[in-house]
Design a protein around this ligand. Structure first.
Ligand SMILES: CC(=O)N[C@@H]([C@@H](O)[C@H](O)[C@H](O)CO)[C@@H](O)CC(=O)C(=O)O
Length: 319
């Protein structure tokens, strides 16, 4: 049975999959990446092979290797390594879930199959149950991201009665802006002590107010330290400071969103900030433009909260 001992909480970085210029996975930098997250960003949980990690663009064999590398390099350094094992094929999801258990991951997450889709909550629960059964020792989290999957089954509805059917179910990663749905997940399931992890980084403070127990996101790779300051301010009930931190974070995200922001741009920003080469994304994604990189770099340099080794000649004055 899944261990109830460690609740997944705080910040969880949705990891990038580093690639070489030839489009192969660059395993050689993952050890350095782990150290960077822990030492420079204060982030000790990772979510591997999700959206940011281009998990659905990797082969099953590559997904297994990436998972293994994170578990190995994260040993005694990271608190939790959660592997996303969602796939269009139940068999592939099961294979990945079993593998995650074998290598000693701390949890698995599953996205809804999005080509031939579940019609309703029962279909989706059945799918999750079959995946969970192959890794009975691992907590399972549902990865709710309707904007990408097109599966719009409300999370609050899915949670209702799920633990009776999927005993290893421990919570969800909620990558949506519907705070009514998220709030109801909190309100209706208080007794269950689920991990309710929010996935829209620019709106995290609102979700914390609603009762989020943590957050999974792409920006925690390089804005982890800043976001941790927001969590600390919220924890000590200093809402004004927490809001200031959230607005700082929003200023950056708003800027890049207007330029066009997705996985390729996340790879470029992380390379800039950390100095660790993340490489290009895999097709059909195209690498971030030179123009994006220059503008993002200038913005990063102008923000007072950013002071990273990857940035040369940083001007630390407030924008
Ligand atoms: C659609 C998307 O990629 N959302 C990101 C956010 O972290 C997002 O990049 C951030 O909020 C900026 O908009 C995460 O929810 C995705 C994620 O956690 C993952 O890579 O699995």
């Amino acid at each position: 049975m899944a261990s109830p001992k460690k609740k997944l909480q705080g910040l969880v970085a949705a990891t990038i999959t580093p690639m070489t210029e030839h489009g192969e996975i660059n395993f050689s930098v993952i050890g350095q990446y782990v150290d960077y997250l822990v030492e420079k960003q204060g982030v000790k949980n990772v979510f591997v092979n999700g959206t940011t990690g281009e998990g659905l663009s990797l082969s099953i064999s590559e997904r297994r290797q990436v998972a293994e590398e994170w578990v190995t390099k994260g040993r005694n350094k990271l608190d939790q390594v959660v592997i996303h094992v969602g796939a269009l094929s139940l068999k592939e999801s099961q294979e990945l879930a079993k593998h995650a258990a074998e290598i000693g991951a701390d949890g698995i997450a599953v996205i809804a199959p999005f080509f031939l889709k579940p019609r309703n909550k029962d279909d989706l629960t059945e799918f999750l149950k079959e995946v969970a059964a192959t890794a009975p020792g691992l907590p399972l989290y549902y990865y709710h991201i309707p904007s990408l999957t097109g599966v719009k089954i409300r999370a609050e509805e899915l949670l209702d009665g799920i633990q009776e059917k999927v005993p290893t179910f421990r919570g969800l990663k909620f990558s949506d802006t519907d705070l009514l749905d998220f709030g109801q997940c909190v309100d209706q399931h208080r007794q269950r002590h689920f991990a309710l992890l929010f996935g829209v980084d620019e709106q995290l403070l609102s979700a914390l107010v609603m009762g989020a127990t943590g957050a999974v996101g792409s920006t925690y790779n390089y804005l982890g330290e800043k976001t941790n300051q927001m969590l600390e301010a919220f924890e000590r009930k200093d809402l004004s400071s927490a809001l200031n931190h959230q607005f700082c974070i929003q200023r950056f995200i708003n800027f890049v969103v207007k330029l066009g922001f997705g996985v390729p741009q996340t790879k470029a920003v992380m390379t800039l900030v950390s100095g660790i080469p993340m490489g290009p994304p895999r097709l059909p994604l195209q690498r971030a433009s030179r123009e994006f990189i220059e503008k993002a770099e200038a913005k990063l340099k102008s923000l007072d909260f950013l002071c990273f080794p990857g940035l040369k000649n940083a001007n630390l004055e407030a924008s």
